[in-house]
Write a protein that binds this ligand. Structure first.
Ligand code: SAM
Ligand code: SF4
Length: 335
């Protein structure tokens, strides 16, 4: 029996689920985590079996695109067991896309397994091509390891898109170098405006904020950019670069709003559903999931959460202060 689709009160159909499978990570990126991050007790996490049950329930309710994120999803122990379970939904045709956002550190080990599980496209986060800057941004990351990871992913047949956080005074001077790096490897790239997440000590987001309007204008000085129609229903707006053929995307939560076409919800590794990345509101799905072997309570809770999905987020830097800041760290909801 087909169930009614997930539609919110603003008539947006929810077809895209992003699931954070861990809050832990082998990096400590300055805009994402504090160095002395405290992680959730393991007992609070959904088990891999529970994650499977939860995602499978969403798929029955019409989710066709599933992105696995974190923390660093590939550091969760036995995570391939979960990918393989989701791969069955790809095989059956219920899931049109199974994908992952990763810092790339574990790809050398897992790229082949991801492909075998049905993953075809992945996002790898990379903000710089300079080893020292890479160290300064990620604190614990190793640049060469990530490069080997990207190589392994491409060799395994995965289509790689690079995600880059735009950081004023940090990677501004690498705008063209990063574009050329991506073009030479046949990779698309998406720039992300830095968002005011978490209390990260003395990091100053206003100083780091590099508007993607400015970034795009600089790109246009050297490249011919043609706007592409918005096709993902997501926050990224893409252009085609005439000179290289690659696509470059811009995720602009601050300088433009995109909420009216939002088709996604997020679930954390403890089973909280957030229907808007930029708002604090969330509901617990772990309780309903654990309360019964039947999925009925879970399905009721999912539908209730969807009906509470807010119209949009309130991030705002326009008054010269960080407005709409929320206290969660990005690794909690997975970006
Ligand atoms: N660890 C994986 C990774 O780094 O790709 C997946 C999780 S990470 C939280 C997802 C994305 O969020 C990454 O591309 C990261 O650069 C981005 N991100 C983290 N903190 C951010 C912030 N404050 N503003 C904008 N993007 C952020
Ligand atoms: Fe880890 Fe990704 Fe956050 Fe960096 S952005 S600390 S890699 S979760």
């Amino acid at each position: 029996m087909t169930r009614p689709p997930l539609v919110d009160t603003f008539r947006r159909t929810i077809s895209y689920l992003r699931v954070s499978v861990t809050d832990r990570c082998d990096f400590r990126c300055v805009y994402c985590m504090s160095e002395a991050m405290e992680f959730l007790p393991k007992r609070d996490l959904l088990t891999l079996e529970e994650l499977d049950r939860l995602c499978s329930a969403f798929i029955e309710l019409g989710i066709t695109k599933l992105r696995i994120t974190g923390g660093e999803p590939l550091v969760r122990r036995n995570i391939m067991q979960f990918f393989n379970a989701m791969g069955h939904h790809v095989e059956s045709g219920a899931l049109k896309e199974l994908t992952v956002t990763t810092n790339g550190s574990q790809l050398e080990r897992f790229a082949g397994d991801l492909y075998a599980a049905g993953v075809r496209r992945i996002n790898v986060s990379l903000d710089t091509l300079d080893e020292d800057k890479f160290k300064a941004i990620t604190r614990w990351g190793r640049f060469a390891q990530v490069m080997r990871g990207i190589d392994a992913a491409q060799a395994a047949g995965l289509k790689v898109k690079i995600n880059t956080v735009a950081l004023k005074g940090v990677n501004e001077d690498e705008l063209f170098a990063l574009a050329e790096f991506c073009a030479a490897r046949g990779m698309d790239q998406t720039w992300i405006e830095v968002m005011p997440m978490g209390d990260l000590g003395n990091e100053n987001r206003l100083d780091q904020y590099w508007s993607l309007d400015d970034l795009r204008a600089t790109l246009a000085q050297e490249y011919t950019l043609t706007d592409l129609p918005d096709s993902t229903g997501g926050p990224a707006h893409y252009v085609r670069v005439g000179e290289t053929g690659q696509r470059i995307g811009f995720i602009t939560p601050l300088s433009h709003k995109f909420c009216e076409s939002c088709n996604r919800v997020r679930v954390t590794c403890t089973g909280e559903i957030y229907t808007c990345l930029g708002q604090e509101g969330h509901l617990d799905l772990r309780g309903p999931l654990r309360s019964s072997e039947s999925n009925e309570p879970l399905e009721r809770a999912i539908r209730k959460a969807i009906l509470l999905k807010p119209e949009g987020h309130d991030f705002d830097y326009s008054r010269g202060t960080v407005g709409g800041q929320i206290s969660r760290h990005m690794n909690h909801t997975g970006g």
